[in-house]
Design a protein around this ligand. Structure first.
Ligand code: ZN
Length: 356
């Protein structure tokens, strides 16, 4: 079995000076936790916020790529970079965990297909077209009115990604952008980290129609572990708790701005611990979303994209990626066969990757 996580935001944590070579008491992903969770391949997302100006985003993305390479090179006995499905297989044969690059938000590409190609050359193998804000490429789920889908430049980006073999990721885009990608892409499209809107009404999640049409085109929905996407009830409770505790957000921002200050790190850890204490959904809800996506899209079109290190709160019992195995245990308990579990664990996403 090849276990592949199509989305975590660990590069942002590298920028916050996390050492990935050790088992950190705080944080959701590092190399020892990937090993404990049985992960064979992990896509590290180069996330830039919509609020960041494109020049700053390009620079930040480059810094994150450099940070990932440095972290991987520091642990040659545990991890290695991978740029293709073949790399993942050969790393696994050597007992190494594969680290791959995705880009979350196309802002660093600016309005340049040449920069898009350059990021591909630097190893970026998928791009989430937007984050939580419209950009030059497309509208996002959180806004969605600037272009009413893909921009004219966004259509060029889709065509060039198809030509390069870079996977188009529709997590975070608006519904109109999703349908434009379906229409203009000649290859399968994926969501690297979304859940099912039929079970939790968040606009980041996918409707049954989207799941079905994405599957018809050969794509996959990679189920997100974020409690607010798993459960509408938790989403509302979390919003209330955040409004009552504005210092959580302030502590997070202060730590991001000054990661070398131990007082700021301690304040962030205190905020994180308080958020983690909220009652939240767990493995049952994750597998409910897997079940639903399988029912709608089919067993060949569902996978896992944890979003670890990009989520302020982890699911109950799944505090970090080291606990990932309980998801497959629960699938087995519900009657999934080994070959079905293998598909969801990684083979489905690998199939799309290979097709690209
Ligand atoms: Zn995301």
């Amino acid at each position: 079995m090849i276990v592949l996580d199509s989305h975590c935001d660990t590069p942002s944590q590298i920028m916050r000076l996390r050492d990935l070579s050790v088992d950190n008491a705080f944080g959701q992903v590092d190399f020892p936790k990937l090993r404990r969770g049985g992960v064979d391949a992990s896509f590290f997302a180069l996330f830039t916020p919509a609020s960041m100006a494109p020049d700053a985003a390009t620079r930040y993305a480059l810094e994150m790529i450099a940070g990932v390479h440095d972290a991987v090179e520091a642990c040659p006995e545990t991890v290695a970079m991978a740029y293709s499905p073949e790399d993942i297989e050969s790393n696994k044969a050597k007992g190494l965990i594969s680290i791959l690059l995705g880009m979350e938000n196309g802002s660093p590409v600016q309005k340049s297909l040449s920069l898009l190609r350059e990021f591909y050359r630097l190893g970026v193998r998928y791009m989430t077209l937007t984050h939580n804000g419209d950009n030059e490429i497309a509208d996002a789920a959180s806004h969605g009115t600037r272009w009413h889908g893909l921009s004219p430049f966004g259509r060029e980006v889709v065509a060039e990604m198809n030509r390069l073999g870079m996977i188009i990721d529709v997590a975070h885009v608006s519904d109109e952008t999703f349908y434009d990608c379906l229409k203009y892409s000649t290859k399968p499209i994926v969501s690297t980290h979304s859940c099912c809107r039929a079970l939790a009404g968040h606009r980041r999640n996918m409707t049954d129609d989207m799941i079905r049409k994405m599957a018809d085109k050969g794509g996959v929905i990679q189920i997100n572990f974020y409690p607010a996407f798993l459960s509408g009830e938790f989403d509302r409770a979390y919003d209330r708790a955040c409004a009552e505790n504005p210092w959580w957000d302030e502590a997070d921002n202060a730590f991001r701005a000054d990661p070398a200050d131990p007082a700021k790190r301690d304040a962030w850890q205190k905020a994180y611990a308080e958020m983690a204490a909220l009652p939240k959904p767990g493995v049952k809800e994750i597998v409910d979303h897997i079940d639903h996506a399988v029912k709608v899209g089919g067993i060949d079109h569902v996978g896992i994209g944890t979003d670890f290190d990009g989520i302020g709160v982890a699911p109950a019992g799944l505090e970090n990626v080291g606990c990932l195995g309980i998801v497959f245990d629960e699938m087995q308990r519900r009657g999934y066969t080994s070959s079905q579990i293998e598909k969801v664990a990684g083979l489905n996403f690998l199939r799309v990757f290979r097709e690209m």
